[in-house]
Every structure is written in C-alpha cells, then in structure tokens.
Design a binder for this molecule. Structure first.
Ligand SMILES: Cc1cc2nc3c(=O)[nH]c(=O)nc-3n(C[C@H](O)[C@H](O)[C@H](O)COP(=O)(O)OP(=O)(O)OC[C@H]3O[C@@H](n4cnc5c(N)ncnc54)[C@H](O)[C@@H]3O)c2cc1C
Length: 404
C-alpha cells in the first residue's frame, strides 16, 4: 500500500476505510487495478482500531468471503467465539423460539468476533496490497460522474479521476446525498448500550434475546464465562443506564436474564449506539456504487449489517473481475446493474424484515404481545419456517435445524 499520492488517475476510488471499504479493496487485490481509498480519519484509527463494544456475529457466508480474501487467518482464533444455540424470550415467558446446532449439519449458527479485530485484520491485508494507495486525514468533499469518467474533490482541493467511484462512507453518507440518491431513514428513538460481563454459570455458547417489556436485553456468549450484554432502551433512559453504578447495572442485567447465568460482573467499558436504520433507494448511479452501511444501515438486532456489506462488496468485485476478463469497462452500467440486481433484493428483505421484527417485539400493546407469542410459537413448531429463518440468519446452505 502506498500512502499519499501525486497520482491523479485511478481505476477505482473507494470512499471510506471502514470494514466495507477495506473489504472491497482486499477483494480487488490481484486485479492489477490502480485503486485509491480515501479516509477522513487519522491513520491511527484505522491501523490500530480500538475496541468499540461491538461483537460482530459473522455468518457462514461471511466467513467464506473473509477466507477467500485471506483475511480470516489474520484474526486471532482465540478471540473467535462460536454461537451454538440461540433462544428468544418474550416478557417473562419460557423460551419461545430456539435454534440449536446439535441436531444440524453445521457446527455453529455464526461466529462472534470483536469488531476492532475484524477491522485490524482487514487493514493488515489491505496495507500489503501493491495496487492500493491510501489517503487519510482528508475527506471527499465533492463528486462528479458522467458517462465517460468520474472524479472526486478532496478537502485540500485536489481533484482525482477514476473509472468508478464506490462510496462506503457510513449510513449517514454525504456522498450518497451528493449523488442525488434518496434514502429512507428510520430513527428508532432507542439507544443500544453494550458492555462485557463475566458470570458465575456457563453460557454453553448460547445467545439469549429477551424482549422484556420496556426494553430489550441480549446476551452474546464469548469464550470463557464471559458475555457481551446488549441493552436497548428508549433514548430518554439511555443516560440513566450509562451512568448507573456497576453493581446496580449488573444486578439489573442478571435479573433480566432470570438469573440463568448467576451473578454478573462488568469487566469492560459501556458503549452506546443510537439506533437509526437507513435504506438507499438505489445502490448505483453513473460510474458510481454504494456499499456497506452507505447502501443499507441495518438495525443491529438481526446482526446483519456487516454481513450484508461484505456480501455486497463481494458481488460488486465479482462483477468487476468478470468485466476485466471480458475486456469490458469496469464502470459500465452493465457491471453496476449486475451488482445491484443481485444485492438489492436480499437487502430489502433483510432491512424491512428486521424493522418489522423490531416493531412487533418492542410494541408493548396487548395485541402486539399476543401476536408475537403466536409468531414465535408458530416459527418454533413449524420446521420449514424455522429452517427458512435460520438459513437467512446464518447464510448457511446446510442449516436444516431441528426444533427441540
Ligand atoms: C451495536 C452494533 C452492533 C452490530 N453488530 C453487528 C453484527 O453482529 N453483525 C453484523 O454483520 N453487523 C453488525 N453491526 C453493523 C456493522 O458494525 C456495520 O454494518 C459496519 O461497521 C459498517 O461498516 P461500513 O464500512 O459500511 O461503515 P463505517 O464503519 O461507518 O465506515 C465509514 C467510513 O467512512 C469514512 N468517511 C465518511 N465520510 C467520508 C468522506 N466524505 N471522505 C472520506 N472518508 C469518509 C468514515 O470516517 C468511516 O471510517 C453492528 C452495528 C452496531 C452499531
């Protein structure tokens, strides 16, 4: 990877060196394409990303993509926690929906990896790429595209040209707006608070999702008797939860899980994330594509944001590689349309499906409570429905889970 450049012409410009932008750069590794990635943050936030509380649940398909890119092996295996079972509770009911790998052909529903370790591995891979130039500390302030070429203007006034521009500049993408691509935004008016805890009893690598009335509590099992606790509360209660003393916070979370894991002890910082979902109306324009959260910013409850972003960049890079092999223009509408057609359908299902689940499970009206209990019971007892949900959530072709 080269840092800084006097070059003014590239094949591809990527805006944003978050997980989606870096993944895309890694997917184009061996293509002899002159690629530029522009990141507005300082290099230290990219080459040494700090823990941010997120334990990213990766699907089987994501693992496949990360392995193909040569990134999976750069992640410390001792920090990867397999997710063997997941249980969903509603209010104070017994578990209503269970997913278990014991009787299935897969060894885990997914794999939990600290988000900063994914970002670190992606950077380590990207930093070895000879075809990649990295500019940081400067933002992309403007973008222009037409049928024959495209260009960006950096915050220091430099103009750089390319055949294709790919924006991975977060769910609040300024570049998406500048390209005139409308998006739907959903402010859930909720905040997700995350921290690591140790606990007395083993979790057996089982994730718990408790839709308690008034708030949602989830437990993501990490290696050892350690878990990530994820508490979702209305925004006006967030400060209270963030400031609550540790003993009281742990008592509240232990009780929230019905004491299943015994006493809990907070062993990490508390992080908070305001919840806003975003869905771009289209993912492409002239010599331009959106990937990652800039295309679809998911509510984290189904743990699909990065998985979807990884899938999207994989599809786009495959379309580009196909164009190179056939001698076609990598920024042509044929290449971009192929990417959009393959990615937009699943994204729509995941985005609106997730928002539907969130609405149903966080509405405490009596009718909603009844409907969700019925939905959970039906999904649990009807194997084809359960198998379908699992296939979507794990992205595994072998996940014919059997209800228990
Ligand atoms: C609490 C939480 C839990 C989650 N859990 C999961 C999970 O279990 N599984 C899962 O798959 N996903 C999960 N996600 C989602 C996942 O974290 C995101 O989908 C992913 O981080 C998005 O990556 P990105 O690269 O698209 O965007 P970002 O990480 O937002 O990166 C965008 C980058 O672009 C840069 N940038 C912005 N504008 C410009 C500009 N104009 N010029 C230059 N640079 C610019 C920014 O500085 C930033 O570095 C979770 C999210 C949250 C909040």
């Amino acid at each position: 990877m080269n840092q800084k450049t006097t070059e003014k012409d590239f094949d591809i410009i990527i805006i944003g060196a978050g997980p989606a932008g870096l993944s895309f750069a890694c997917s184009l590794a061996n293509q002899n394409l002159k690629t530029l990635i522009v990141e507005k943050s300082p290099i230290s936030t990219i080459n040494n990303p700090k823990a941010d509380g997120r334990e990213t649940a990766l699907t089987h398909n994501s693992l496949k993509i990360l392995k193909k890119m040569g990134v999976w092996d750069l992640i410390d295996a001792s920090k990867v926690s397999p997710l063997k079972q997941a249980k969903v509770f509603d209010g104070d009911s017994e578990s209503l929906l269970n997913f278990d790998t014991k009787k299935s052909k897969i060894d885990a529903l997914g794999y939990l990896v600290p988000n900063n370790l994914i970002r670190l591995a992606l950077f380590q891979k990207a930093s070895k790429l000879e075809n990649l130039t990295f500019i940081n500390d400067l933002s992309v302030d403007d973008i222009n595209t037409n049928i024959s070429e495209s260009s960006i203007t950096l915050s220091d006034g430099q103009i750089i040209n390319s055949k294709l521009i790919v924006a991975a500049d977060s769910r609040f993408s300024e570049i998406r707006r500048k390209m005139g691509i409308p998006s739907m935004m959903k402010d859930f008016s909720k905040v997700m608070i995350i921290t690591r805890v140790s606990h007395e009893k083993p979790h057996d690598h089982t994730a718990l999702e408790c839709f308690n009335y008034g708030h949602t509590l989830a437990l993501l099992p990490l290696n050892g008797d350690i878990s990530s606790v994820v508490l979702t509360v209305p925004t006006d209660q967030a400060d209270e939860m963030l400031e609550m003393d540790e003993e009281k916070f742990c008592e509240m979370t232990s009780d929230g899980f019905g004491g299943k894991l015994g006493q809990m002890k907070q062993i990490g910082q508390r992080f908070s994330y305001p919840l806003v979902g975003v869905y771009a109306q289209k993912f492409i324009s002239t010599r331009f594509a959106l990937i990652g959260d800039a295309a679809v910013g998911m509510h984290p409850v189904t743990a699909h944001g990065f998985n979807l972003g990884l899938r999207g960049q994989d599809i786009l890079s495959n379309s580009i590689i196909k164009a190179i092999k056939t001698g076609n223009d990598i920024g042509s509408s044929i290449v971009l349309k192929e990417f959009e057609n393959k990615q937009i359908h699943l994204s729509r299902i995941m985005y609106f499906g997730t928002n539907g689940v969130v609405s149903l499970f966080t509405n405490d009206a009596a009718a909603s409570k009844q409907i969700r209990r019925l939905v959970l019971k039906f999904a649990n007892r009807f194997p084809p429905v359960k198998s379908l949900i699992t296939k979507h959530l794990t992205e595994s072709k072998k996940s014919n889970l059997i209800p228990f």
